[in-house]
Design a protein around this ligand. Structure first.
Ligand SMILES: Cc1cc2nc3c(=O)[nH]c(=O)nc-3n(C[C@H](O)[C@H](O)[C@H](O)COP(=O)(O)O)c2cc1C
Length: 445
């Protein structure tokens, strides 16, 4: 196998990307709080040689839980348990820069990297959700630009803390009695606009040097943060042209930060509904869609657009104009509006196209058709791989692994087996150099 290889990550959205997934006969309603479910999905991902599993998160109830499961459990706790039950698959958890302290977060992810022997990733989010703000003493979400200014300092600071121990600082030499070489453990002495942190971290340098940094911001601020700090991005694109334009833009920005253009692994979202025939896949989608209450998907759409659901008429197009709200999730807002306007959809048809979701592309078809779609995006430079969102979990992932992965392998696009042990190895990312090696102020100075 040679040439550029695909990267596949699965978004472990509890019962699946369809809000109705939990209602299918094979689904268990309590899967969202059952560690056996997460382990089962992770093991299927590992059997398929996928790069990683990913858990989204918001520190608030931000969905209509009267209708569907949600992200209840804290992701790094879940992934620590999954780490013990798996050996290779990467483990990516979301954590907010708005509602954490950098020191706690750096310590948590460095710990996960050690516990998992080098498989941890951090999805950096700023949390656009107003309900989250109310859980932390604020009236709502802070303004978009302010969230990203804080996120930039936060992320740089976390990276500095991950570097605060040099690779060989831990000695553990019984004969000399030297436990840690404190000349190789560095204070970071950070004093910035938002944070003051002395360092060093409590955790010795973790197996990957730094856990892999993911980011998913599609706005101007989000792209700048990704270009400056991320190793991989989750993007949202509906067409190959949009995906390719986004990838070009991000790579150009990365070069401006002195990074190589291929420093970033770009993973657009891809929701899948797979059937052994086209008709069977369509029937499966119909079945899932018929179980989504319209009042739920309307409320979800109104939430993305930050408007009153009463302004949405099922048989009319979206209201026009629709100004971009300053505190919104720009990527999901713009992706949703672009889809509606491009295909001239009524609200009813838009809801179906979104599948009750938030704007990720849905591909419905046979394994061959799904593989063709993936290959076309990959070859066009619109994706380095995908953030897969199976319709139903674990069922939809099992079908993907058993039916689509072998096609991609036969085409020489996807690994037959893991070549390395860490998430950086899977993603083809170099182990980062330690910025303090032989330069920073050490504990013993
Ligand atoms: C695949 C994907 C997963 C995301 N997961 C989360 C998440 O778990 N928590 C969260 O608060 N935001 C999440 N987001 C939102 C992004 O972090 C970001 O806020 C959003 O894409 C809007 O972009 P902007 O912040 O640049 O406006 C996700 C976005 C994407 C595309």
């Amino acid at each position: 196998m040679s040439g550029r290889q695909l990267h596949l990550n699965v978004n472990l959205l509890h019962s699946g990307v369809y809000p109705s997934a939990w209602r299918l006969p094979e689904s268990r309603p309590d899967a969202f709080i059952d560690i056996d479910h997460f382990v089962r999905v992770a093991r299927i991902a590992e059997r398929g040689k996928l790069d990683a599993i990913f858990l989204a998160d918001t520190p608030a109830i931000n969905d209509r839980i009267d209708y569907r499961p949600f992200n209840a459990l804290e992701p790094t706790v879940v992934l620590a348990a999954v780490a013990a039950a798996t050996s290779h698959v990467g483990l990516v958890a979301t954590a907010s820069t708005t509602y954490n302290e950098p020191y706690n977060l750096a310590r948590r992810f460095a710990s996960l990297d050690l516990v998992s022997r080098g498989r941890a990733g951090w999805n950096v989010v700023t949390t656009a959700d107003a309900a989250a703000g109310r859980n932390f003493g604020f009236a709502g979400a802070s303004e978009h630009g302010a969230r990203y200014a804080r996120a930039r300092e936060f992320t740089d600071l976390v990276h500095a803390l991950w570097d605060s121990w040099e690779d060989d600082a831990f000695v553990g030499d019984k004969s000399s009695g030297r436990f840690v070489d404190t000349a190789k453990v560095h204070a970071i002495d950070h004093r910035g606009a938002h944070y003051t942190v002395a360092g060093p971290l409590t955790v010795p340098r973790s197996p990957q040097g730094r856990p892999v940094t993911f980011q998913a911001g599609g706005s101007e601020d989000g792209r700048e943060l990704a270009a400056a700090t991320a190793d991989a991005v989750f993007s949202l694109a509906q067409t190959i042209e949009d995906g390719a334009a986004y990838a070009r833009d991000l790579r150009t920005r990365a070069v401006r930060y002195g990074r190589p253009p291929d420093a970033l692994v770009i993973l657009p979202g891809l929701a899948t509904v797979i059937g052994s025939t086209e008709a069977e896949a369509q029937r499966r989608q119909d079945e899932l869609w018929d179980l989504v209450p319209v009042e739920y998907s309307l409320a979800r759409l109104a939430g993305t657009l930050r408007i009153d659901p009463a302004r949405l008429d099922l048989d009319k197009p979206l209201p026009d104009p629709l100004p971009l709200p300053p505190d919104a999730n720009h990527t999901m807002f713009l992706g949703t509006v672009a889809l509606a306007r491009r295909d001239k959809l009524t609200v009813r048809r838009l809801l179906r196209a979104l599948g009750g979701g938030v704007g990720h592309r849905i591909v419905v078809g046979t394994p061959e058709a799904i593989a063709d779609d993936i290959e076309a995006w990959f070859r066009a430079g619109a994706a380095d791989g995908f953030n897969l969102m199976p319709d139903v979990l674990p069922d939809g992932l099992e079908t993907f692994v058993d039916a689509v992965v072998p096609i991609l392998q036969r085409r020489g696009l996807f690994r037959q087996d893991y070549a390395g042990a860490t998430l950086r190895d899977h993603l083809g990312l170099a182990r980062p150099a330690n910025r303090y090696a032989a330069t920073g102020r050490s504990l013993s100075a």
